[in-house]
Design a protein around this ligand. Structure first.
Ligand code: NAP
Length: 267
C-alpha cells in the first residue's frame, strides 16, 4: 500500500460527501487531492459553503480532475446515473473507485466488473458502509436458513432517489442464497390498492418507506410458527458510514476486481 493514499471525492456538498471530506482530511495516511462538483468548476473547496478554508481544487470534469491531481482512489457519493459514469471513467483512467452511490442495475454492475478485470484494477461498490448494517445482512442470511417467510422493511429520508434501497436489495440477494423461491402469504391474497403488499423478490416482500426525519433504517422480519424474529439496524447519523468508507479505501489498494458489498472485505 502507498504510504499516503491520494483521494478525489465526487459529491462533496452532499450529506455523505461532507462526512467523507472530514474523514479524508482527518485521516493521517489519506490526502484529499481534489473534489468533483458539477456546479462549482474552478473553485476551491474552501470557497464552497460549509467547508473550512482549503485550497483543494474543485472540478466539474472528472477526467480533467484525474489528469491534474493523479489520485489513487475516487470516492463517489453522487446520484445513480452520475455515479455509474464516474465509476466507469475512473476505471478507464486507472483510478480505483470506492462507490457508496446506490441504484446501479445488474447490467451496469456486470459491465463495471468486466472493465475492472480487463484493467486489473479494484472497485468496491458498497450499498451500505455501516458495519452494523452489514452484520444485519449477515444475520438475516443466517436466519433465512431456518425461517423462510421474510419481509424486509427499509426506511429512508424522503430525498432518496432509488427504491428499494441498495441495502434492501443486497439483503434480499443474500437471503436468496439461503432460501428457495417461495410464495408467501395466502395463496388467494389480493391487493385492493396496488402495491399494498410491497415489491416482490422470489416471494419475499420489500417495503420502502420515505419520510423526512429518517436517515437510513432497515428491519428484516422472519415469521415462524408462534414466533417472530426481527433484525433491525438504524443509522442515526451519517458518521455511521465512515468507518466502512475508510476500510474500503485502504482495502481497494490491494484488489484487482469488483467487490460488491462491504461484507465481502470484512474478516
Ligand atoms: P445528497 O445529499 O443528495 O448528495 C448528492 C450530491 O451529489 C449532491 O451534492 C449533488 O449536487 C451531487 N451531484 C449530483 N450530480 C453530480 C455530478 N455530476 N458531479 C458531482 N456531484 C454531483 O445524497 P447523499 O445522502 O449524500 O447520498 C449520496 C449517494 O450515497 C446516494 O446514492 C445514496 O443513496 C448513497 N448513500 C450510500 C450510503 C452507503 O453507506 N453506501 C449511505 C447513505 C447514502 P447537487 O445537489 O447540487 O445536484
Amino acid at each position: 500500500m502507498a504510504d499516503t493514499i491520494k483521494i478525489v471525492i465526487a459529491g462533496p456538498r452532499g450529506r455523505m460527501g461532507r462526512e467523507a471530506v472530514k474523514l479524508v482530511q482527518n485521516t493521517p495516511h489519506f490526502t484529499l487531492a481534489g473534489a468533483v462538483d458539477h456546479r462549482n468548476d474552478g473553485k476551491t473547496l474552501g470557497e464552497l459553503e460549509g467547508f473550512a478554508d482549503s485550497n483543494i481544487p474543485v472540478y466539474s470534469d472528472l477526467e480533467k480532475c484525474f489528469q491534474d491531481t493523479l489520485p489513487d482512489v475516487l470516492i463517489d457519493l453522487t446520484t445513480p446515473e452520475t455515479g455509474y459514469l464516474h465509476t466507469r471513467t475512473a476505471l478507464l483512467n486507472q483510478v480505483r473507485p470506492v462507490v457508496g452511490t446506490t441504484g446501479f442495475n445488474d447490467e451496469q454492475l456486470k459491465e463495471l466488473k468486466q472493465l475492472a478485470e480487463e484493467r486489473e484494477i479494484g472497485v468496491i461498490i458498497a450499498p451500505n458502509f455501516a458495519i452494523g448494517a452489514v452484520l444485519m445482512m449477515k444475520f438475516s442470511q443466517m436466519a433465512a436458513k431456518y425461517l423462510d417467510d421474510v419481509e424486509i422493511m427499509e426506511m429512508h429520508h424522503d430525498q432518496k432517489l432509488d427504491a428499494p434501497s441498495g441495502t434492501a436489495l443486497k439483503t434480499a440477494q443474500m437471503i436468496q442464497q439461503q432460501r428457495a423461491s417461495k410464495k408467501q402469504g395466502h395463496p388467494k391474497e389480493q391487493e385492493t390498492i396496488q402495491g399494498a403488499r410491497g415489491a416482490d423478490m422470489d416471494g419475499m416482500k420489500i417495503h420502502s418507506i420515505r419520510l423526512p426525519g429518517l436517515i437510513a433504517h432497515q428491519q428484516v422480519m422472519f415469521g415462524g410458527e408462534g414466533q417472530l424474529l426481527t433484525i433491525r439496524h438504524d443509522s442515526h447519523d451519517r458518521t455511521s458510514f465512515m468507518s466502512g468508507v475508510k476500510i474500503c479505501v485502504e482495502t481497494i489498494m490491494t484488489l484487482n476486481t469488483l467487490v460488491y458489498g462491504l461484507e465481502n472485505i470484512l474478516d
